[in-house]
Ligand binder design. Structure first.
Ligand code: FAD
Ligand code: NAI
Length: 490
């Protein structure tokens, strides 16, 4: 047993050393050129975004076949499933960020990255206007465009939310929450114990009982129970955490047994769970809610808003360019091959910027769509080459023309299939080292309901989903650090 364990350990160490070496030592890349060696044109492929969809596409894409340009205001990939762990220091924010250039420099063919926002897309002239952080604008043209700009947090136009609440969507939101928690704690510690302001400062309200809100409330409660209670007990006992949900239950996407279990679990862990409580307005100190047609006021010291997502401005604008085809305000409409309706020959759209019934806006969906598109672009490259060959020489023999046509047909019929989503399951962290899971394995449904094994499984799944060995190791080390030494954000 000892011998085999040593062998396994040796194997694993060599594997990680090799992967880390490959990650840290990018090879020389083939430069971008306007034509290939045979004279055929190399097409421009523009990818908007550096999130789940874009990175999964880029990881699989053969970048030697296109001149690939990536445009995004974010020069890193953010591993969102662990974002709610970062404001309280369970995981360090840096551990879930992977610089986009690390990903791009590992590709065989050069990829250009531009840190900018796409502000306008002209689908008729295949032109995009982009603007960088210093308000410099540029126009870039594309032969193919992939929209993977994600979505933004929605407020449902509820007054006061934008001005007073903190979202939990981007890396900077995590920093804002962390700052707010620490400031409120120190301000409260400064005040007299009977000062009503102290109670308000220590009241943390999370709105939205979807998985984001539940995980955020759970992480806050862990922080209070496991860290603050040890180091600032006089403050920790006065902190209140409320989770506000407008519907009769939280976590709508889960089975009702798991919902029931989680609601009881959350209540037992001291989170004030307010169901059927719809937020109607927000000011700088309190939230106005409606419960059974009566209005109530909930004072808060920190308000976190997690009520779902809505399309970004660039997504809405692109939809407005194609009004006959883009008729849904919830996102871009695409066909079964992920082509944008109205611009099927040149624009693809994946992830949260799209809307299709039956598919939730999740990383799982965006990731699978990105992988699917990488294969589509491989096939499109072959089709483009065949087109070029067939048009280049009009004197070509009929036999060659017929061969080209047969090859084209074969690719279209056998190599470009419809996108098929394969649902693997859903996981959510519910606090106190417990998680719930709904899994689909070999067509059968399984549930994990808050056991320590479910938590271990949750950890293993998320570690395996990290986009680099660096991220995997950093997250593992953060978890070990918290286990042995506690959180460091006190
Ligand atoms: P994103 O990953 O959001 O990427 C969008 C990219 O586009 C970003 O790089 C952005 O900077 C860029 N961009 C924005 N505007 C522009 C512009 N104008 N021009 C160019 N680029 C632009 N899903 C799961 O499946 N499991 C989970 O556990 C899970 N946990 C989550 C936890 C949290 C806190 C959050 C917020 C989401 C979670 N999700 C989870 C959902 C998941 O993160 C999204 O579904 C996923 O990120 C969608 O991928 P995307 O590529 O469409 O968009
Ligand atoms: P969501 O849309 O899933 O949930 C938002 C919740 O807010 C809903 O339950 C809604 O009823 C509630 N709400 C809306 N307006 C309200 C109001 N005014 N007052 C009170 N409650 C209100 O949004 P969430 O959690 O941000 O998730 C977005 C997407 O990301 C989802 O598709 C989700 O599946 C995915 N995600 C997945 C995770 C996971 O798999 N563990 C974790 C986080 C997000």
């Amino acid at each position: 047993f000892f011998k085999y364990s040593l062998l396994a350990l040796g194997g694993l160490t060599s594997y990680f050393t090799y992967i880390t070496y490959v990650e840290l030592h990018p090879k020389t890349q083939l430069p971008q050129t306007s034509t290939f060696k045979d004279g055929s044109p190399r097409k421009n492929l523009v990818i908007l975004g550096t999130g789940w969809g874009a990175v999964s596409l880029l990881q699989k894409l053969d970048t030697t076949q296109y001149n690939v340009i990536v445009v995004s205001p974010r020069n890193y990939f953010l591993f969102t499933p662990l974002l709610t762990s970062t404001p309280v220091g369970t995981v360090d924010l840096k551990s879930i960020m992977e610089p986009i250039r690390h990903i791009l420099r590992r590709k065989k063919g050069e990829v250009v990255y531009l840190e900018a926002n796409a502000t306008d897309i002209d689908p008729f002239n295949k032109n995009i206007t982009i603007i960088d952080n210093y308000q410099e604008t540029k126009n870039i043209t594309y032969d193919y465009l992939v929209m993977c700009v994600g979505a933004e947090s929605t407020t449902f136009h509820i007054p006061g939310v934008k001005e007073n609440a903190i979202f939990i969507k981007e890396a900077y939101d995590s920093l804002k929450i962390k700052d707010k928690i620490l400031n409120n704690i120190e301000r409260a510690a400064f005040l007299d114990i009977n000062d009503p302001k102290r109670k308000q400062l220590l009241s943390f309200v999370v709105v939205g009982g979807g998985p984001t809100g539940v995980e955020m409330a759970a992480e806050l409660q862990d922080y209070v129970n496991e860290s603050l209670s040890k180091w600032i007990p006089e403050i920790s006992k006065d902190i209140s955490i409320s989770l506000v949900e407008g519907l009769p239950n939280i976590l709508n996407m889960f089975d009702k047994n798991l919902i029931e279990f989680t609601q009881n679990f959350i209540r037992d862990s001291n989170i004030d769970l307010l169901l059927n409580t719809f937020v109607k307005g927000v000011d700088e100190n309190s939230v106005t809610v409606e419960v059974n047609n009566t209005k109530q006021i909930i004072p808060y010291g920190m308000l976190i808003w997690a009520t779902g997502i809505q399309p970004r401005e660039i997504t809405r604008k692109l939809g407005q360019e194609l009004p006959r085809f883009q008729t849904d305000r919830r996102g871009l409409l695409i066909n079964s091959k992920l082509q944008l309706l109205g611009a099927e020959d040149s624009i693809y759209a994946i992830g949260d910027c799209t809307f299709h019934t039956g598919l939730a806006p999740t990383a799982q969906v965006a990731h699978q769509e990105g992988r699917y598109l990488a294969n589509i672009f491989k096939q499109l490259h072959k089709l483009d080459k065949l087109d070029w060959e067939s048009k280049k020489d009009s004197n070509q023999s009929d036999i060659r023309q017929a061969q080209i046509e047969t090859q084209r047909k074969y690719i279209l019929e056998h190599k470009i299939s419809d996108f098929q989503y394969s649902y693997k399951g859903t996981l959510a962290y519910i606090g106190s080292e417990r998680a719930i899971a709904e899994l689909k394995i070999a067509g059968r449904d399984y549930q994990l309901r808050g056991s320590p094994f479910a938590f271990l499984f949750w950890k293993i799944v998320y570690l395996s989903m990290c986009v680099s060995v660096r991220n995997t190791l950093m997250v593992s080390m953060d978890w070990c650090k918290v286990y042995f030494f506690g959180r460091n954000s006190v």
